[in-house]
Design a protein. Sequence first.
Length: 168
Amino acid sequence: MQNNLRNTIITSHSSTFSRALFTIALFGGMIVQNTQAAIALDRTRVIFDGSQKSVSLNISNQNKQLPYLAQGWIEDEQGNKIQSPLTVLPPVQRIEPGKPSQVKIQGMPATKNLPQDRETVYYFNLRESRQRVTSRIRYKLRCKRASSCSTAQQLLRWSKTHRHRRSN
């Protein structure tokens, strides 16, 4: 009699535990599904060519039911927000459900002061907000020096060594 009672209690506890575990897993999956990013950018990195005045980025609201606010800004390598030599236009915009939009990274006059012998690295940040839920995505932004094809062609040098060709 005592063994039967113990088996009943153990079975009762294990089924309660199984139900609780299933409930936690179910709600956990729902939470994870709701925290996926709604605002999507059309690329994984951004290259700002110094010979251009701006670069346009296509963004879209992947959520079909809710509008989102998209906020963009640029940071230097230390994580400090900057307004020059590059800025984001518009800094904040509302994107309707399932609709596309654009963000422009605009070069300021100070882009002429960037080093001409190497790339400068910044970070383009895009924050999406809906009521109290906010997430941020950080993209690498490379600023290339302004040069023309003729300049690049002049810098290219070929040399021939024994059975090998090499470009410098």
